[in-house]
Design a protein around this ligand. Structure first.
Ligand SMILES: *Cc1c(COP(=O)(O)O)cnc(C)c1O
Length: 381
């Protein structure tokens, strides 16, 4: 049977034509026509003050850490159930990641546990919108306000999800997006830093351009450009931006398709949830269909189901090893709460195949296989 991969990169429109056009324009380094078109698209569509494309979400998180003026010993509050870059970007500046447990319903940072993890050294809170489902941003922003902290949204999975009508990534002081080929909208590798607080905009441009005021120079605001601050090279090539812009032209269509695939999974698996075999995610209407996962009763069931599906050429994957339990997490970070939910759910979560070109028939095949797995198990008990 034809394999169903977990993810499959795709082309939807003018990607190759726009790359050819970028080549024809003779500007292949950063900040040409297509990068600027992407910047404007994000600023208009998401309502952020300033969008800056980066080579990855990791790069955007690193820029945010510099802009937050992280000094050695500063503390950053984040979930343990996330990708390494959420922590690494701050550890690179000398910060101590303080891990807080997640909510059992959304798998996002449990906002009720944040205040107890705050100390005199805390500088930043990093909410991660897991699966594109929003964190409790109103509460998190209020806590940050009260304790004079900055908020960096890791919105790598959350492009075009909303929270009370506002785009994720546009609510904290900074938002970081990813266009890695596993995300909804892709450019191979790619990312963006959303600067939502105008106070940081000028410095963000400088840090992204190797610590120089080159952007101001090109706008004619200074008559020569020079080294003015720390920084690195965070901007993507025009080839990447051209590909990305072609995807952005179809952004709403991509999200609509993924949401309908998620609905297909949920409809066909709800019977197994009722039978107590698995738990389905609690997606609200405001999320972007980034991921469809199921929660099983144990690590053993998960391992058995993975083997069963693999034998049928279906490739599901589990997700993060919680950072607090990873070697570098233990070395650089500390636990700011118990990790009960993180530990329990990370062992039981299984992500099902989901990609733009997937069809209803493939969703049905995955669901049927999961149904057969549980039917065979109940017979053998
Ligand atoms: C994908 C992802 C990242 C990293 O994105 P890159 O563009 O690959 O650097 C960071 N955080 C989360 C939550 C992610 O899912």
């Amino acid at each position: 049977m034809k394999p169903i991969p977990f993810n499959k990169p795709f082309i939807i429109g003018r990607e190759l034509a726009l790359i050819a056009d970028a080549v024809a324009q003779g500007h292949l380094s950063g900040d040409g026509t297509y990068t600027k078109l992407c910047h404007r698209w994000f600023e208009e569509k998401l309502g952020c003050h300033k969008a800056l494309l980066t080579h990855s979400c990791t790069g955007a998180l690193e820029m945010a850490a510099i802009l937050c003026d992280i000094q050695p010993g500063d503390e950053v509050i984040l979930p343990s159930y996330t990708f390494v870059s959420t922590a690494n970007a701050f550890v690179l500046r000398g910060a101590v990641p303080v891990f807080v447990d997640i909510r059992p319903d959304t798998l996002n940072i449990d906002e009720k546990l944040i205040e107890a993890a705050i100390t005199a050294k805390t500088k930043v809170i990093v909410p991660v919108h897991y699966a594109g489902v929003p964190c409790e941003m109103e509460r998190i922003m209020a806590i940050a306000d009260q304790h004079n902290l900055l908020v960096v949204e890791d919105a790598a999975q959350a492009l075009l999800s909303t929270y009370r009508g506002r785009a994720l990534g546009s609510i904290g002081h900074f938002g970081c997006l990813s266009f890695h080929e596993t995300k909804n909208i892709i450019s191979g590798e790619g990312g963006a830093l959303l600067v939502n607080d105008a106070r940081f905009a000028a410095r963000a441009e400088i840090i992204r351009e190797k610590g120089t005021n080159r952007s101001q120079f090109f706008r004619g605001e200074v008559d020569k450009y020079t080294w003015v601050d720390i920084g690195s090279s965070y901007l993507p090539s025009e080839l990447v931006s051209a590909f990305l812009y072609a995807q952005l032209e179809h952004a709403d269509e991509i999200v609509a398709k993924r949401r309908s695939l998620c609905t297909g999974y949920a409809t066909q698996l709800v019977g197994l949830q009722r039978a107590g075999c698995l738990r389905l995610p609690d997606f609200d209407e405001d999320s972007n269909g980034h991921m469809f996962y199921i929660l099983l009763d144990s690590l053993t069931t998960r391992s058995e189901l993975i083997s069963y599906l693999k034998a049928k050429s279906i490739l599901p994957v589990f997700h993060y090893v919680p950072l607090h339990s990873a070697p570098a997490g233990r070395q650089y970070g500390r636990e700011g709460s118990t990790m009960r939910v993180t530990k329990e759910l990370s062992e039981c979560l299984l992500r099902l195949p989901l990609f733009y070109e997937m069809g209803e028939a493939e969703i049905a095949r995955v669901c049927a296989a999961i149904g057969e797995f549980f039917a065979a198990r109940s017979r053998s008990i």
